[in-house]
Design a protein around this ligand. Structure first.
Ligand code: ADP
Length: 496
């Protein structure tokens, strides 16, 4: 009798392994950070071998902690930092360069070149993405162009490319399986989300040989089995999915208009838009949420650069709170913000404003404004920025948001969640178990091998907290109007 599903959560700063039981509860976990390399300003790299060794290390540790043996584990599901790019030698298994991390900006000027040559629309049509250094395509090109002999070997099929999911599967199966999944493929900027194929025209334009690319598979199927070298047995590897899409699945957003927001350092919103891609008019990206049983589900994605980090700013720069958690009771010391608005546009504004010259602003200060008002206004800004993206998503796809599922560190703030519900006039649902990302990949793997029979088993759980809207439409409208006025003051500030 199999007892557990094992989730590999291959994050940006650490590798984690979590074991879930049949009830979806965490029964064991282990985590290990790995080194972040910053070889030049704006460059970010990881050592692929360290990603692998920490991942397999935490898997062994999580099993050992509870005395689990391979026979106890029904399947492995993988979720991973997306877009991060690894190229390795097919024969030796040695990476030919460090992993270039999603945050790395080294290919920005090449991306600008592509935009200036007018390729933006073509990429948007085919890949659903906005041309950006963030995605894998230009990172692959950079490695092929900068590592001696790489292009030649790639053309001969001696080099393989993969995002972190592919790399881990290839290592875990002892070089047998070179695959990726729809969600990760859709973040490479090489994958056509309409035809569900690697796009020849884009590959030619970027001079990337097709030979290096993995096969693209569904998000729930057995890709292969773990080699018994590593975990002492052959466990089916039965799911892979990028982290944000995994959170969408883990949060149970299985049908159209269901949406999740992860409130971490930044905030990531994804809305399930069903089986047809829509093109955003508001600069959101269209991506594949998952492909299962021959059907593909799409999502609209929007992100907020500064969310929880605005609370860190209150703590570390303004020093008006001692910890992020304190922001909640401090905000509740006043009954409103006294018409004060904080726009935390520290690095510009993303969707739907797209103003890289916007900068942080506090408006509406009076002699009576206290730190409590500013703390409250900063928390409110996270919800207001999220609300702007949700509005843009509704506009793009024509659905009305039903409810918002939330996770991430700042979702523990009850004041913020209540205000979020008030502003969007919809329920905000916070699961008791906020490990949505790992749970998403575990659920997919569990469904694949029959550990769980049906998504109906994943309904709302005891302990999930629901925040319901409590303010009047008039109050809501006034708050949003004032916010938009405040955003106008923040725009364009850094333009010469
Ligand atoms: P990440 O995965 O991006 O590292 P986490 O999900 O761990 O982020 O969340 C950490 C962020 O959430 C930090 O920016 C922190 O300031 C913020 N945060 C954590 N707890 C709270 C809280 N109770 N209220 C407001 N913000 C919080």
């Amino acid at each position: 009798m199999k007892k557990y599903i094992m989730a590999f959560d291959a994050g940006t700063t650490s590798s984690r392994t979590i074991l879930f039981n049949k009830n979806g509860d965490i029964v064991s976990s282990a985590q290990k950070e790995f080194i972040q390399y910053f070889p030049k300003p704006g460059y970010v790299e990881h050592d692929p071998k360290e990603i692998w060794s920490t991942q397999i290390g935490t898997a062994v540790e999580a099993m050992t902690k509870i005395g689990a043996v391979p026979e106890d584990i029904a399947a492995i599901g993988i979720t991973n930092q997306r877009e991060t790019t690894i190229l390795w030698d097919k024969e030796t298994g040695e990476p030919i360069y460090n992993a270039i991390v999603w945050q790395c900006r080294r290919t920005s000027s090449y991306c600008d070149e592509l935009i200036n040559k007018g390729y933006g629309e073509m990429f948007r049509e085919k890949t659903g993405l906005v041309i950006d250094a963030y995605f894998s395509a230009t990172k692959i090109k950079w490695i092929l162009d900068h590592v001696d002999g790489a292009m030649e070997k790639a053309k001969k099929g001696e080099i393989l490319f993969g995002t972190v999911d592919s790399w881990l599967i290839w290592k875990l199966t002892d070089k047998k399986v070179h695959v990726t999944d729809y969600s990760n493929a859709s973040r490479t900027m090489l994958f056509n989300i309409n035809t569900l194929k690697w796009d020849e025209e884009i590959l030619n334009l970027l001079d990337i040989p097709k030979e290096i690319l993995p096969d693209v598979r569904s998000n729930g199927e057995i890709y292969g089995y773990s080699s018994d070298k590593y975990l002492g047995g052959n466990i089916p590897i039965a799911a892979a999915i990028g982290d944000q899409q995994a959170a969408l699945f883990g949060q149970g957003c299985f049908s159209e208009a269901e949406t999740k927001n992860t409130y971490g350092t930044g905030a990531f919103l994804l809305m399930n838009i069903g089986d047809k891609p829509v093109k955003s008019k508001n600069g959101l990206v269209t991506t594949i949420a998952w492909g299962l049983d021959g059907k593909v589900n799409y999502a609209l994605e929007g992100s907020i650069f500064v969310a929880g980090s605005a609370i860190q700013w209150l703590r570390d720069e303004l020093r008006i709170i001692d910890s992020s958690e304190d922001s909640e009771y401090m905000a509740l010391k006043v009954k409103d913000t006294n018409d004060c608005y904080v726009v935390p546009a520290f690095t510009g504004l993303g969707a739907p404003y797209w103003d890289q010259y916007a900068r942080g602003t506090i408006v509406g200060l009076t002699r009576g404004t206290s730190k409590y008002h500013i703390i409250r206004a900063t928390l409110e800004s996270i919800a207001l920025l999220s609300s702007d993206i949700l509005k843009a998503m509704e506009e793009d796809c024509g659905f009305k948001l039903k409810s918002l599922k939330v996770d991430g560190g700042a979702s523990n703030n009850d004041f913020l969640m209540q205000f979020q519900s008030d502003i969007i006039n919809a329920d905000v649902i916070r699961p008791k178990q906020v490990e949505a990302t790992a749970l998403g990949s575990a659920r997919l793997a569990g469904l694949t091998v029959g550990f769980w029979k049906d998504i109906k088993e994943f309904n709302l759980k005891e302990g999930d907290k629901i925040f319901k809207p409590e303010i009047s439409q008039e109050e809501r409208k006034s708050k949003i109007d004032r916010w938009h006025k405040a955003v106008d003051y923040a725009k364009g500030w850094a333009r010469d």
